[in-house]
Design a protein around this ligand. Structure first.
Ligand code: COA
Length: 392
C-alpha cells in the first residue's frame, strides 16, 4: 500500500503561475489581466479583449483599429483555405469542423489566424447545415459583426453586435479550465499554436465543460412554464440527472459571468417573447438552486456561465448545435494567450499516476537473465515468422 495522495480531477492543485486571469471561487470574482470582468463586458469590443490577452494591456484606439483589420485579414485567409474544399471537410459536428479548420492552418499560424479560422469555420458550418455556400468575409467589419453576418447571411442590428461582443468578451478567458489546461499541455510539448488550440477546442466539446448551453434550452423547453420549474427539477434530480447550467468546479457562489450575461441580455431586450423566456429561465434557475441546496447542503451549486449563454445565443438566433463553437470563437483568444505564456515560462507538463494494475508475473522457475532473454527471443522469432511476407 502507498500513502501517496491522489488529486483526482486536480481540484485545487496549483500547476503553474499565470498573469492572464484569476478565478476566485469563494468570492465569485473573475479578473482578466487586472480588469474585473464587469468592467470589460459591454464596455469594450472583442478586439480589445484580444489585445488585452495577447499584448498585456487594453489597446489604444489606433491599435484597436489595427487589430480589427488584422482579424479581418485572418478571416479572409481562413475563407480562402476553407471555401474551395466545399463539402469535403464537412463534419456533422460543428466542433469537429472547427478542429478540422484549425488543423488546416500552417505551423507558423498566429493567434489572430486561429481566431479568424474559428469564426469562418463556425459560420461556414452553420450555412452548410442550411445547404448554403460559405459567404466571403468583409474584413473591414468588426469581428462580432462579421461573425453574425457570415452565420446569418444578413447584416445584424447594432444591438445584436453589442450582445455578441458582450458574450465574446465574457468567455474569452477563464483560468485553468479543462480545455485551457489541455491547450497548455500541448503547448508544453513544444507543439505549434494551432495544435494547442485544436486540443483546447476538442476538450471544450464535452457536456461537463462547454457543451451545456444547448441542453439548458432543451430543459427550458421541457419545463415550458415557470410554475412547472420546481417539479421538473425535482424529477430530474430524483432520476439522477444533472441540471445543466448549474454548478461549477471553482465557483461556490453564482458565476460572475452569469450576472454580466444576464445584464447584457436584459439590456438587449427584443420583445415580449424574449422577456417570457428570461422569466422562465429565472424560475428554473431559482428552483434548481433551492433543490440542489436541499440535496447537497454542504455544496453551493448555483448558475454557471452556460445558463445565460444559452439564452443569449438563442436571442441571437444561433442554432443550439453551434453554441459551443461560438464559445470557442472567443476562448481561442484565451488558449492562444496561455500558449504564449506556457512556451515562455512553462516546462513539459508530465504528471504521474499510481499504478493499480497487476504485478509483472515472475517466471515460475526463477530463471537466470539469459534464459529470460532466450525465451523472449524465441517468442519473437515465432511471432515474426507468422507475419505476412512483404510484397515488392
Ligand atoms: N446537477 C445535479 N447535481 C450536480 C450538479 C448539477 N448541475 N452539479 C454538481 N452536482 C452534484 C455532483 O453530482 C456531486 O454529487 P455526488 O457527490 O453525489 O457525486 C455533487 O453535486 C458535488 O459536485 P461537484 O464536486 O461540485 O461537481 P464537479 O466539480 O465535479 O463538477 C460541474 C462541476 C460543472 C461538472 C458540475 O456542476 C456539472 O456537471 N454541472 C452541469 C453541467 C454544466 O453546467 N457544465 C458547464 C460548466 S461551466
Amino acid at each position: 500500500m502507498t500513502s501517496a495522495r491522489i488529486h483526482e480531477g486536480l481540484e485545487g492543485v496549483l500547476v503553474a503561475r499565470t498573469a492572464l486571469s484569476s478565478v476566485e471561487g469563494e468570492r465569485g470574482r473573475l479578473t482578466v489581466r487586472g480588469h474585473a470582468i464587469e468592467s470589460l463586458v459591454s464596455e469594450v469590443p472583442f478586439e480589445a479583449m484580444v489585445g488585452l490577452l495577447l499584448e498585456g494591456a487594453l489597446p489604444t484606439a489606433s491599435r484597436l483599429r489595427e487589430l480589427q483589420a488584422e482579424l479581418g485579414s485572418a478571416r479572409l485567409r481562413a475563407h480562402a483555405r476553407l471555401a474551395p474544399l466545399g463539402p469535403t471537410v464537412r463534419s456533422a459536428d460543428v466542433m469537429r469542423e472547427l478542429a478540422t479548420g484549425l488543423s488546416l492552418l500552417p505551423r507558423e499560424a498566429t493567434a489572430v489566424d486561429a481566431l479568424g479560422m474559428a469564426a469562418v469555420a463556425t459560420a461556414g458550418w452553420l450555412r452548410a447545415e442550411r445547404g448554403e455556400e460559405h459567404l466571403p468575409p468583409q474584413p473591414e467589419l468588426p469581428h462580432a459583426h462579421d461573425l453574425l453576418r457570415l452565420a446569418h447571411g444578413a447584416s445584424p442590428t447594432e444591438g445584436a453586435v453589442r450582445l455578441l461582443d458582450a458574450y465574446l468578451v465574457t468567455v474569452a478567458e477563464h483560468g485553468f479550465n479543462a480545455s485551457t489546461f489541455a491547450a497548455r499541455v500541448t503547448a508544453s510539448t513544444g507543439a505549434d499554436l494551432a495544435s494547442a488550440v485544436v486540443s483546447g477546442v476538442v476538450t471544450l466539446s464535452g457536456p461537463l465543460h462547454g457543451g451545456a448551453p444547448g441542453p439548458v434550452l432543451d430543459m427550458l423547453d421541457a419545463v415550458s412554464s415557470p410554475e412547472r420549474a420546481a417539479d421538473y427539477v425535482r424529477a430530474e434530480l430524483a432520476a439522477g440527472r444533472r441540471i445543466m447550467g448549474m454548478g461549477h468546479r471553482v465557483y461556490r457562489v453564482r458565476d460572475p459571468r452569469a450576472f454580466v450575461l444576464e445584464r447584457a441580455l436584459s439590456a438587449y431586450g427584443s420583445g415580449e417573447g424574449a422577456s417570457l423566456r428570461l422569466a422562465l429561465a429565472r424560475a428554473v434557475e431559482h428552483a434548481a438552486e433551492s433543490e440542489l441546496a436541499r440535496k447537497y447542503p454542504g455544496r453551493a451549486l448555483r448558475a454557471n456561465v452556460e445558463f445565460y449563454t444559452a439564452l443569449l445565443l438563442e436571442a441571437l438566433a444561433v442554432p443550439r448545435a453551434a453554441f459551443t463553437a461560438i464559445f470557442a470563437c472567443a476562448r481561442v483568444a484565451g488558449y492562444a494567450a496561455h500558449y504564449a505564456e506556457q512556451r515562455r515560462e512553462g516546462r513539459l507538463i508530465r504528471p504521474s499516476a499510481l499504478y493499480v494494475g497487476p504485478e509483472a508475473k515472475a517466471p515460475a522457475s526463477g530463471p537466470s537473465c539469459s534464459t529470460v532473454g532466450e525465451t523472449a527471443t524465441s517468442d519473437l522469432v515465432e511471432f515474426t515468422a507468422a507475419l505476412p511476407r512483404p510484397v515488392g
